[in-house]
Design a protein. Structure first.
Length: 336
């Protein structure tokens, strides 16, 4: 029996045609290296236009590298980053923030559906500095969250406001930011929310591997290219990391196709015979399913993961079709 990986992650999807067309166009002729080419400049301009901000933009090949490098720019080795206890940086990056940050710590905070609780943040900000622990230097937020929830601008402001007042820098993990924007989040408001660095996800949105690092705080750009080189992320043929963003943004595909993925998740939630564990606000559906039932689903040829809170995740992507969703819905119904 062949294994179906359609709903394992949005990483399993092929690159969308808009991306492949942009890569083919960028492949014509010679171009200067290390991100100094016209393709990279055009992609950065499109990102600045979308954000309505005069920010520095860089492109890297990995979301983990993007997060770790940017957190290392915001916190010193003796300091810590406040983050959700189930955030990607806390649970899925193998200590990369600490490695790239030469010992930068992570302080995990609770909150429903991946959103940080304001009460928990308030308590963390009230902690006095001390010589025997890593005091907070930055706050990391994820939108959409690891559980598919989407912060509104007001909800994010409620967290960034007190954090900035306490002197912290703000980091945004936007691996699925396209899905948050498609769900109504105002991406042009990131600078007004006090975000210092944002990572814009391309890979999960439907690109070949590429993530965009946006430095809203211009002072952070000093020696940032050297930081990239030191980490092996200053790619010589940089146009091939930048070109997908032209295809994603110039055509509107970044958000339009994310909106489709979100719609497929809502369709799947409507067919779900199991209790939905988290709000379906982006492109994921999390359900309560016991281990024997999950094993039977795997035996039926559908592979998905159980995640940190014990729920089972079904992830839609830009290439998910209604027919695929309906087929999965029928397979789930058969389990019950």
């Amino acid at each position: 029996m062949s294994v179906r990986d359609d709903f394992v992650s949005d990483n399993v999807a092929p690159a969308m045609p808009e991306v492949m067309a942009a890569l083919a166009e960028a492949n014509a002729g010679a171009a200067s290296s290390y991100g100094t080419d016209a393709v990279s400049a055009r992609a950065a301009d499109l990102i600045r236009q979308m954000l309505d901000a005069d920010a520095e933009v860089r492109f890297v090949a990995s979301g983990t590298a993007a997060n770790a490098l940017t957190l290392a720019a915001l916190a010193a080795p003796h300091e810590a980053v406040l983050c959700h206890e189930h955030s990607h940086i806390a649970t899925d990056e193998t200590g990369a923030p600490g490695f790239f940050g030469s010992g930068v710590g992570l302080t995990p905070l609770p909150g429903a559906s991946g959103r940080i609780s304001l009460e928990a943040l308030t308590r963390a900000l009230a902690e006095p500095d001390g010589a025997h622990h890593q005091s907070a230097a930055a706050l990391s937020l994820t939108n959409a969250t690891e559980y598919g929830a989407v912060y509104t601008s007001a909800e994010m402001s409620a967290l960034t406001g007190p954090a900035k007042a306490a002197g912290l820098k703000i980091h945004l993990d936007g691996a699925r930011l396209a899905n948050a924007v498609a769900a109504g989040f105002d991406i042009a408001g990131l600078a007004r929310l006090g975000v210092d660095i944002a990572v814009l996800g391309g890979t999960k949105a439907g690109s070949t591997p590429t993530e965009a690092i946006v430095l809203f705080d211009g002072a952070l750009a000093r020696r940032f290219d050297a930081r990239l080189k030191h980490a092996g992320q200053l790619v010589s043929k940089g146009r091939f990391l930048a070109a997908p963003w032209i295809g994603l943004l110039q055509t509107g595909a970044w958000t339009a196709r994310a909106a489709h993925a979100n719609a497929m998740a809502k369709r799947l939630a409507g067919l779900m015979p199991f209790k939905v564990a988290h709000p379906v606000e982006a492109n994921a559906v999390f359900v309560e399913m016991d281990e024997p039932t999950l094993a039977r689903l795997h035996a039926a040829g559908w592979f998905v993961y159980s995640v940190a809170d014990g729920s089972v995740r079904f992830m839609c992507n830009w290439s998910t079709t209604a027919e695929m969703v309906d087929e999965l819905g029928a397979a789930l119904k058969a389990l019950t």
